[in-house]
Design a protein around this ligand. Sequence first.
Ligand SMILES: [Zn+2]
Length: 204
Amino acid sequence: MHRPPAMFIADSLGLDFLNSVATPVDTPVDWIDDGDGLIDWLSQAKLVPADELDALKADARPGELDEVADQARALREWFRKFVLEHAGRPLTAKALHELGPLNSILERDEAFLQIVPRHGEEGLALQRMRRWRSPESLLLPVGEALAKFVCEEDFANVKACEGHNCTMLFADHTHRRARRWCVMAVCGNRAKQAAHRSRLKSRQ
Ligand SMILES: [Zn+2]
């Protein structure tokens, strides 16, 4: 199935994951509607190293990656409900009791540290890595991105694009918190044109 490049416009990977289903032009696109789509999205999001994705793809049973994509979409829609419910004001510790499904993904993580050569220079660096034992481990970096979003993003900055029928969410990090659109060239211009048309009409 042909999909346009995934969109990373949210200024937050956790919200970009929610935007992995969207209507960039006229037709809705779900970038993770099957296993191949999930692999592509994770690669574009740089959440899993390319060689690990290739290895998981080569070793997967038929249909196994599609099942993980099902789980990823279920996680996405569960998380969307959580975000929409809490967007617009700072998150408090009271929200913790709703986050059980996310904590149980984090609990399965197999991250570890390794000493590696420092990139591009002399010396050594400590690098965090992860064991990719099964296709289900593809959910671990997604869970981590969602958890970081929950713990580090100010939910007061979480906004929905004002575009008509647009479902995209983003974190507004602009100086005056004035961001209104997912992508100015898409929803911003559409809204401007609509306003222009209605001004012309009212003059007639
Ligand atoms: Zn939009």
